[in-house]
Design a protein around this ligand. Structure first.
Ligand code: NAP
Length: 311
């Protein structure tokens, strides 16, 4: 065994996916693409989702209970909406194997930690994580193997043992993603800026257009330009997931929303008073940010391979 191999954390032997939607199914296909040998068990709340998962060949075993799915697993990944993470953790906690790691993929970290951590028994590590990748689709047939490629998975290690954190980082890196550790409040604020508030703005803009449509005989839809079309794609995201994100990341989203409103008023005043210099300088600054994103290779949307495709 080489020195490099000796330093590699041991791969997991059995992975349990609790929740079988976009993120869980993408994890499964990415694991298979990476050639990971781990046995994979899965569980979803409804029989319809479990049946779809079985038909798609998602997981080696699709179980009829979360308790059954976590039996003997050394990695348990909670892939359910953030509002139900705590209830799911409470249900599986007494059945977790000693030495196992529990992680999650929730878009919010502070509230998930508050709701999940108290249930984690001694001898089990909880390593919260958040893969920063997604599409507007949901459900077991929406996942694909390349969803995480070249994206970032943010890890909020808390009190977990270093060994458990390194092992989870190696897992995510093998799925194609980069990893970075982050402090919990910082995570929730960064995500409010780069993901949560942009979704809220898209929901709002599409709502405004929907109201306008009633007075302008569908022109808003008929002539919708690229900017608005992008908003409608984002605003098609899963209502349950996004309701939970805003309710569970209240503090950070309200703070960023306040700042957004302040900026908007300044721009509104510049338009009203004809302050072209202000508008030009502002748009020049924001254009530079876009260039930075392109240079970092993060400019493309997650490729939409259509529902149910695995590569
Ligand atoms: P999804 O496609 O809607 O799947 C959610 C899964 O959770 C479904 O299998 C659903 O089962 C199951 N579920 C819902 N409530 C449950 C409950 N009470 N008990 C057990 N299972 C339950 O969602 P997703 O997009 O994969 O999101 C999952 C998590 O990833 C969320 O926490 C989200 O914040 C996070 N995340 C999402 C994205 C994204 O862009 N989508 C990106 C990064 C992180 P049924 O189908 O049977 O209801």
């Amino acid at each position: 065994m080489s020195a490099a191999q000796a330093q590699q954390p041991a791969p997991y032997k059995k992975v349990a996916l609790i929740g079988l939607g976009l993120i869980a199914s993408s994890i499964f296909w990415a694991m298979r693409r990476a050639g990971m040998a781990a046995e994979v068990s899965g569980y979803a709340r409804s029989e319809a989702t479990r049946d779809t998962a079985r038909r798609l060949g998602l997981c080696d075993t699709v179980c009829d209970s979360a308790i059954e799915a976590v039996e003997g697993a050394d990695l348990v990944i909670l892939c359910v909406p953030v509002g139900v993470m705590g209830a799911v953790a409470a249900e599986i906690a007494p059945h977790l194997a000693k030495g196992a790691t529990v992680t999650d993929v929730g878009s919010v970290k502070k509230s998930v930690i508050e709701h999940v951590a108290p249930h984690i028994p001694e001898g089990v590590d909880f390593v919260p994580a958040h893969p920063m990748a997604g599409t507007e689709h949901s459900g077991p047939d929406s996942g694909f193997a390349s969803l995480f490629d070249n994206r970032w998975c943010l890890i909020v290690p808390g009190d977990a043992r270093e060994e458990a954190v390194l092992r989870l980082e190696a897992f995510w890196q093998a799925l194609g993603t980069n990893t970075e550790r982050m402090e919990v409040e910082h995570h929730d604020q960064v995500c409010a800026v780069v993901s949560h508030i942009p979704h809220l703005i898209a929901y709002t803009m599409v709502g405004v257009a929907d109201d306008l449509r009633r007075v302008s005989d569908q022109e808003v839809i008929k002539f919708s330009a690229a900017g608005f079309r992008d908003f409608t794609r984002i605003a098609a995201s899963d209502p349950t997931m996004w309701r939970d994100v805003f309710l569970e990341n209240k503090e950070a989203t309200l703070e960023i929303l306040g700042r957004f409103a302040e900026e908007l008023f300044v721009l509104q005043r510049a338009i009203r008073s004809g302050d072209g210099d202000h508008l030009f300088d502002y748009f020049t600054r924001t254009r530079a940010i876009r260039r930075g994103i392109i240079e970092a290779g993060q400019d493309t949307d997650a490729p939409d391979f259509g529902r149910g495709k695995r590569e």
